[in-house]
Design a binder for this molecule. Structure first.
Ligand SMILES: [Zn+2]
Length: 490
């Protein structure tokens, strides 16, 4: 049964649901008040943009879609450097080596195309994030515009069309007011006003970018939060102006949250000093290294020559470090990792063939930051101390915005605490349009869920070795376990 004539999706990168208040975001808060708000919605692990974007497009965790990190080392693809999924050239190289798609699950775009539906995207994130939303946009006959230009989309003609109509692409400033303004104009005037695709999606790179460099809830980021809220208001107005507006479904979402950083733990330097010559993921050169290490507030560690004794030794060494919050290793066990004291990557839905042999998460907690927001943790670098970060399993990184409105609000709008998350977005869109979801979509439509009671039964796991103790909690629904929170116990 088709429940909506069209679906409009608005993604605010990095927006925390506790920022959706009448004071900070009056329009989105009003929309949430009228709609169906999944307050306990969750991202996936790692809670990074390209991983989460792939989960939004495939309705599946990394174990199925294969994007196991924003960057990851796979010597079959890029022997001499760590693959950076933000870069168009890295994705193109990986796909040519693979002889097929980098994302290994059917996407929303593929499904829509198979049913003759049109999908238009306005994106202001990296080339890789744009790619992840509809990797086969060109083959699907879809339209993806990027404010980053022709090289950041698989349908560069969309950029030519937009530039001809709206003028030169906006300058890149921080906060990204100009990009937000330009993207909003393209989306409201061209996509919603004229193209009228079956599914229209806009991805704001804010507030994520400003949170990273200008701190959560600072004066500058409050201004960009207000700007994306106002942009959302213009989108709602444009929708209301359409004929048959009541039949249009609206989904407002974020891909992950963020927490503030309290200090630096440079894992690549620490590991090198401990006798394991480490190449940073960002260095673009392996150059004689023993291991590759990606960073942020979590990362993967891979042993270049595949010596698992070195992996085990590193894992045990990390357990003695106070900076480490959590550790994961692949294992046949659904809970416990191969190295004593670690969790299994399967527990967090990361057990894809491409999974790393060791994953670390830096220590974080739920204490308040300098602006009074809960969530504070260490980072390997890349942002100023005090700046925001995400990637790990802190509840404030995992908790996402997920609000259904318009024709998607259902019979019983209100606040739902049902286990839910970004993997439910694609199945929900398909359900709204009366299209069955493929079996690989582990998420489910949220339309029928409504506010009916789904008491989230939280399961908590704990493991550790000697002085190292870690915990992780999840809530199951259907075929998926939604990550709730994880961290160091002691
Ligand atoms: Zn993001």
């Amino acid at each position: 049964m088709q429940r909506a004539s069209k679906v409009v999706v608005v993604v605010f990168d990095g927006l925390r649901p506790d920022m959706v208040t009448p004071e900070r975001m009056p329009i989105l808060a009003g929309f949430a008040g009228d709609g169906l708000w999944f307050r306990e919605a969750r991202s996936v692990f790692p809670s990074m943009t390209r991983v989460a974007s792939s989960s939004i497009s495939t309705g599946a965790p990394p174990a199925l879609h294969g994007i196991v990190g924003n960057s990851y080392y796979d010597p079959d693809l890029t022997r001499d450097f760590v693959l950076d999924t933000s870069r168009a050239e890295d994705i193109a190289l990986a796909e040519s080596r693979l002889g097929g798609p980098l994302i290994t699950a059917e996407t929303l775009g593929d499904r829509l195309a198979a049913h003759g539906k049109r999908f238009a995207v306005v994106h202001s994130g990296s080339a890789g994030s744009t790619y992840a939303i509809n990797p086969r946009a060109a083959a699907n006959g879809h339209w993806t515009f990027s404010v980053m230009g022709r090289d950041a989309t698989r349908t560069p003609r969309a950029v030519d069309e937009v530039v001809e109509r709206f003028g030169a692409l906006p300058p890149r400033t921080l906060p990204r007011f100009e990009e937000t303004e330009y993207a909003t104009r393209v989306f409201t005037e061209l996509v919603l006003g004229e193209m009228e695709p079956d599914v229209a999606l806009i991805w704001f790179n804010e507030p994520d970018t400003s949170f990273h460099y200008k701190f959560l809830a600072s004066e500058e980021t409050n201004a960009i939060v207000q700007a994306v809220d106002a942009a959302f208001g213009r989108i709602l107005t444009a929708i209301k102006a359409r004929p048959g507006a009541d039949d249009i479904a609206i989904i407002a979402a974020s891909d992950h949250g963020q927490i503030s950083t309290s200090g630096v733990a440079d894992m690549a330097s620490l590991l090198t000093a401990a006798g394991h010559k480490a190449a940073r993921g960002s260095s673009r050169s392996i150059n004689g290294a023993d291991i590759t290490v990606t960073g942020g507030n979590m990362g993967e560690i891979r042993v270049v020559d595949g010596d698992m004794e070195r992996r085990d030794q590193i894992a045990r060494w990390l357990m003695q470090r106070d900076e480490i919050g959590m550790l994961f290793t692949p294992s046949d066990d659904p809970v416990l990792g191969a190295v004593d004291g670690t969790f299994s990557t399967a527990l967090v839905g990361l057990d894809h063939a491409r999974q790393p042999e060791l994953v670390y998460v830096l220590r974080s907690g739920t204490e308040a930051d300098a602006h009074g927001l809960p969530g504070l943790g260490l980072v390997t670098g890349g942002v100023p101390v005090g700046g925001g970060m995400h990637g790990g399993l802190n509840r404030h990184e995992l908790n996402t915005v997920l609000i259904l409105g318009g024709a998607a609000r259902g019979e019983q709008p209100g606040l739902s605490k049902a286990p839910s998350g970004i993997i439910d977005i694609a199945p929900t869109i398909l359900d709204l349009l009366g299209i069955p979801a493929p079996a690989s979509m582990r998420g489910a439509s949220l339309i029928a869920a409504g506010t009916q009671e789904h008491p989230a039964r939280i399961e908590t796991f704990e493991t550790g070795s000697s002085a190292f103790r870690q915990m992780f909690s999840l809530a199951r629904r259907g075929h998926h376990a939604f990550p709730i929170h994880g961290g160091r116990v002691n």
